[in-house]
Design a protein around this ligand. Sequence first.
Ligand SMILES: [Zn+2]
Length: 417
Amino acid sequence: MVMINIDRLCARINALAEIGRVGDTHGVCRLAFSDEDRLARDHIAQLMHTLGLAVSVDGIGNIFGKRAGQTERSPVMTGSHIDSVRTGGRYDGTLGVAAGLEVVERLNELGIDTERALVVAVFANEEGARFQPDMMGSLVFQGDLDLVQALDTIGIDGTSIRDNLRRIGIAPTTRTPDKAIHAFVELHIEQGPVLERTGATIGVVEGVQGISWTEFTIGGSSNHAGTTPMSMRRDAAFVACDIAVFARRLCSAIAGNQLATAGSMSVFPNLVNVIPSKAVITIDLRNTNEEQLKLAERRVLAYAKDAAASDGTTLDVRTLARFEPVSFSPQIMSRVARSAATRSLRMHRMPSGAGHDAQILARMCPAGMIFVPSVGGVSHNFNEFTRPDDLEAGAMVLWDVLLELLNERDPASTAGI
Ligand SMILES: [Zn+2]
């Protein structure tokens, strides 16, 4: 059984974590299309060149490193992302990229030629922390998001992606990978507590829950906190809080493990003795069941309208992101499970709680994911950690699944069950 080089894999993850490292924490801040993102992108592109990959970049800044196959059959793709949230950990996304490159290096070392080419992809702006929607790079590559529209996106700092790409000097190369992909497999940390709780090392990911992000902007009226009777207030922050509390309480009334988060709230003018004239709040709703997710969206929206009207405030509603639940390829799931069984790794079948590029790739080819445990279920946090032996296990399962797919002659959708 082929083993990957875990010391090299850890060294690569740790080297990348030095780029955009936050103080003396273990975490990183590499917001999409920032200077830190640019440095990390250069680092990976350089590594791809060193490994002999043909490197290309598309219009939104996705990076592709291709190791040629023996035939012209459609390539197998793996990879993930290297952008982070502001309080990011060192494994989120980078594991999938570093492990893909480790597979390439092992293939090179062992002198293995494969039927199909292997492409390691680094998808741009997966996190959506600066520019929304998230998973933007894979959406543009897959085709459901128009490139021009994506480039015109304005971020939280008021700048556009187009301006940032120019600023950090990212331009598309002439040739980018064909859209015909045989299969896509992404290794990622779980970012939740399920694997640790079940004692499993490998998560066989069945799909991704649906995600709905909505921004509510409430317009009220600023006035003196001491002289304005309660009955005469138009308090924007009160309405925003009311919506947040409703969304949280709604979860127990909706089937299918409904989740709700009011993760961002801004209040204006944000002064202790002034009734807020404006509040902006985001509500993140998730469910593995599309019908239940739609129901939650309808109920939150209806409540927000009522709450705003009853306090005499205005309400503007904007959808920031919307993804339906996704099911991954049963063939890839069974390959992941088979590899884990062969290597005597305990596995657990589970949905993904977070969004991932693999769910976008699932629209264009058979796609799947492998999860490894996150200690304490902690992610999007400087203290995110996955034990080296779990990283190794995940990378070896990735190796097994990719090797099978790379030498598969038939279309993946009809083979391998
Ligand atoms: Zn990620």
